[in-house]
Design a protein. Structure first.
Lengths: 193, 214, 219
């Protein structure tokens, strides 16, 4: 059991150790999906959902694995859990909102290989979080991911009309902005302390 | 990647499978894949080397096994099969690193397990190993793995030299050097990778300009 | 992800199950073999790191005994690296005399949780050594708590009699033996160290005092 308070875990995973800007998880979708605010928003919300559900499932599975002394199966079971959660979310969205499903398109299955999802499951295990701590951590970090994604997409929409050297267009520019954002987010360190 | 390899394979094609990943299709600098581990653990050259070797191991062996079973795998379950195989080798490398050095294991932490979701590996399984003979798939894994390794090392060494004034823990500039701590911080990872991408883009542009002149 | 595969050429599910079975079998064999082969060296490595840290904190210790502490404060001898709960490590000189006890602690710092081990001497009722075992503080600032010589000299003889709780004070204003002089520019991390010591001494020193005779005998 870890002694850290829930409020600190939330602020820590949302701002101080933001998954994208300081732990470097979920960079691929962060670069790939951040060019439009509307898609970024949708992607963010589905990631929050997937992360929270898979975190809860991972917590249960981990207790089971420990009880069975089969910790060596952890990585495999986690990835299977995530893949099935994504599949589930996909079916759910397809049924409830076909428009959203079309809008998310290719990004939905891609969440499986979003390292932020597996990252949450692995970090909560490595840090011995309790159930409540795990859920708060999953919420905080997935919202942190969405926050970074949305900020980036707003900046990129503004940049669309500006004059940028051809060389720097695309990923290099996004990374530069991300670096600056990451520097800004460092200002949150020490909060809740 | 687009060409269809026949049953007979010439040595030059083997070489091509190997060199492709090293330079022309470098996973990090050209394809911009696997960026998460690239930046997360490259604040020192040692961590970069350890991560590069771990990924190389997984890439080569998963490519090999996937290529061996490729004729048995039905299209519908291929992704599941690939992920299962990749996760197996990642678990193995996780234990091996822990057995070799606890220090390295602590420094890399959950990022070893996160090799599973490194897009490079699943990407190679899907684009190459699932369609090509074993020997070539191994070479492809080596090429991509070493390409990834070089990229990690480029980032890790730059960040360690500028951010701490050391390389592999050895002091380079003497005690008067004021380290540029920014490069050890997360933002330094973003800036360093961005700069390398710019260097590569510039290189390509220059090559194209030369060709146009000639 | 091929979600658009036509249903018509779906192979019989028995074939799919057979395939997954074979692949899982290979994977399972590989994982279990590696797990068993690496079990001994991993445990060995962990033991070595633990005992090296304890030896560093208690110079001259020739023999070490690890105790696990249960919820009601009772001790039991454990294999140091395997026990998951709170632990104490006692170090003894060549004649079997108790040199000191190493206590573990954790506290959140500036960026993440800081973990540390420190040596407590029951004779002096003081902390006589301190080592950070895990930290992710800002390089160049907060991470000085693990290397700054002046800061570490705080822990050569720090009053831990529990009459005054251990506190961190502003850089350069240490007056009493129970105060920790902060590093300027790394106040939050220094304060975290103070809180870490305060908390773990309050928890563990009564346990050590109560079981002192047993720890001195080393059983």
């Amino acid at each position: 059991m870890n002694e850290v308070s829930l409020g600190f875990i939330f602020i820590d995973s949302l701002l101080i150790n933001n998954f994208v800007l300081s732990v470097f998880l979920g960079i691929c979708p962060f670069i790939g999906v951040s060019n439009k605010l509307s898609t970024a928003w949708r992607m963010g919300v589905s990631v929050i959902f997937v992360i929270v559900v898979s975190s809860v499932l991972a917590y249960g599975t981990n207790s089971l694995l420990i009880a069975m002394h089969a910790e060596y199966l952890r990585i495999i079971t986690y990835i299977v859990i995530i893949a099935s959660t994504v599949q589930l979310v996909e079916m759910f969205i397809k049924k409830t909102s076909p428009a959203l499903f079309r809008a998310l398109g290719i990004y939905l299955p891609l969440i499986t290989t979003n390292c932020a999802v597996l990252g949450v499951a692995l970090f909560q295990t490595a840090r011995n979080y309790s159930f409540a701590q795990s859920v708060v951590f999953a919420l905080g970090s997935s919202m942190g991911f969405t926050l970074a994604l949305v900020i980036m997409s707003i900046i990129r929409e503004r940049l669309e009309l500006s004059d940028i050297p051809n060389l720097a267009k695309g990923t290099a520019l996004v990374l530069m902005i991300a670096g600056t954002l990451s520097l800004a987010f460092m200002g949150f360190a020490g909060m809740g302390g | 990647m687009g060409h269809d390899h026949g049953a007979t394979v010439s040595p030059s094609e083997n070489m091509e499978a190997f060199l492709n990943g090293l330079w022309k299709q470098n996973p990090v600098f050209v394809q911009v894949l696997g960026t998460c581990p690239t930046m997360a653990i490259t604040n020192s050259a040692r961590n970069a080397v350890a991560m590069g070797l771990a990924t190389l191991f997984v890439l080569v062996f998963s490519n090999m096994l996937i290529s061996m079973v490729r004729r048995l795998v039905q299209k519908q379950v291929r992704i599941a099969t690939y992920i299962l195989i990749i996760a197996t080798f990642v678990t193995m490398v996780d234990y091996i690193i822990k057995a070799v050095s606890i220090d390295v294991y602590k420094a890399l932490g959950p990022f070893i397990a996160l090799i599973v979701v490194n897009c490079i590996i699943l990407g190679r399984a899907e684009a190459f190993a699932g369609k090509n003979p074993v020997w070539q798939s191994i070479l492809d894994g080596f090429g991509m793995g070493i390409g990834f390794f070089i990229a990690l090392f480029c980032l890790g060494s730059v960040r360690e030299i500028l951010g701490a004034g050391t390389l592999f823990g050895f002091s380079l500039f003497g005690s008067n050097f004021q380290p540029w701590v920014l490069f050890l911080l997360p933002s330094g990872g973003f800036f360093t990778l961005a700069s390398w991408l710019l260097v590569f883009a510039w290189w390509k542009e220059r090559g194209k300009a030369k060709e146009a002149q000639a | 992800m091929n979600t658009t595969a036509p249903r018509a050429d779906m192979p019989p599910s028995s074939a799919l199950i057979k395939l997954m079975g074979v692949v899982s079998l290979i994977c399972g064999l590989l994982i279990v073999t590696t797990h068993q082969q690496t079990l001994a060296p991993i445990r060995h490595n962990q033991e070595i790191i633990l005992s090296e840290t304890v030896a560093e904190l208690l110079p001259g210790a020739k023999k070490q005994v690890s105790y696990g502490v249960d919820a009601s404060g009772n001790l039991s001898i454990v294999e140091g690296a395997e026990f998951a709960g709170p632990r104490l490590f006692a170090g003894y000189d060549a004649y079997g005399g108790l040199i000191g006890v190493v206590i573990e602690g954790g506290e959140r710092g500036y960026a993440d949780v800081i973990r540390a081990m420190f040596a407590y001497s029951p004779q002096k009722k003081a902390i006589v050594g301190f080592k950070v075992t895990e930290l992710k503080e800002t390089p160049g600032l907060g991470d000085k708590i693990s290397s700054d010589k002046k800061f570490l000299s705080n822990f050569k003889d720090l009053d831990a009699s529990l009459e005054h709780p251990i506190v961190t004070v502003k850089s350069g204003t240490k007056k009493n033996r129970w105060e920790v002089d902060a590093i300027s520019g790394a106040t939050i991390s220094s304060r975290a160290v103070g809180r870490l010591l305060q908390k773990s001494t309050k928890e563990m020193i009564p346990v050590i005092q109560r079981n002192l005779q047993r720890i001195e005998r080393g059983n």
